[in-house]
Design a protein around this ligand. Structure first.
Ligand SMILES: [Ca+2]
Length: 242
């Protein structure tokens, strides 16, 4: 990637973040954007507490959030939205409760915003470049809503989760959640399931929260004990539903 940036005449910015740079993220400190790498034709699978589909970073006037909510009332469902500017699939697993749709906690909206959230500019027909624009503003999201409220996630089998994303073209997943406590310092069946999916699908990469317990600093817990992944940082707790 850095070689690619260099060949396009762009200096990659690695570290040295200070307050001045932090407050000027829309300047020249977006080397990937400057190189034209903004997530075009990329779908990223995410499982989390939900997405506020009326949020300015995700809303699409052709898809009324209230109508979407009515579709999900009292049932699990996968809604494909191939022309939605940001979310190509919103799905709720079979075991879900009636009120899974949406995001009361804000965690999932925050995560998806960091990844690919982008306000739409009707003037330019493109995304707005602002401090709250996600890392890949042209990318789209395949989303699995795994929480009815709060931050407790009910994750299905990992194979079901990742295959659901894979089926709509995702070759990346972002999973900003994990288990908690000392007993999670293991390579367990959840981590193994991520690796098994990667082994079966060599072009697929999962990006996983690196640690999920502030009381055990500098420690990788499930699911960050996966062997084939890229680590990020976030906090969310799960239980497994099969
Ligand atoms: Ca939800």
């Amino acid at each position: 990637m850095f070689l690619l940036l260099a060949t396009r005449g762009v200096d990659a910015v690695l570290g040295n973040m200070d307050l001045t740079r932090y407050r000027n993220l829309t300047g020249d400190l977006r080397p990937y954007w400057k190189a034209g790498i903004v997530g075009n034709d990329v779908v990223i699978g995410v499982a989390d507490t939900g997405i506020d589909m009326g949020h300015c970073s995700f809303v699409d006037d052709a898809y009324d959030p209230l109508r979407l909510q009515s579709l999900f009332t009292n049932r699990s469902l996968s809604v494909l939205m191939s022309t939605h500017r940001k979310v190509v699939q919103y799905t709720i697993p079979p075991y879900a409760q009636p009120d899974f749709f949406g995001d009361l906690s804000g965690h999932g909206t925050h995560v998806c915003g960091t990844i690919a959230g982008a306000k739409f500019s009707s003037a330019t027909g493109d995304f707005l470049n602002s401090v709250d624009t996600g890392a890949a503003p042209a990318a789209k999201i395949s989303f699995m809503d795994t929480a009815k409220n709060g931050n407790q996630l009910y994750i299905p089998s990992i194979d079901y989760l990742l295959q659901t994303h894979y089926n709509v073209g995702a070759r990346l997943s972002s999973d900003s959640w994990g288990t908690d406590g000392a007993s999670s310092v293991v390579y367990d069946y959840i981590s193994q399931a991520f690796d098994l999916f990667a082994w079966r699908n060599p072009g697929f990469l999962s990006m996983i929260a690196a640690g999920n317990a502030v009381q055990i600093a500098h420690t990788l817990l499930v699911v960050a004990t996966v062997k084939y992944k890229q680590l990020t940082k976030c906090k969310e707790n799960i239980s497994m539903e099969n």
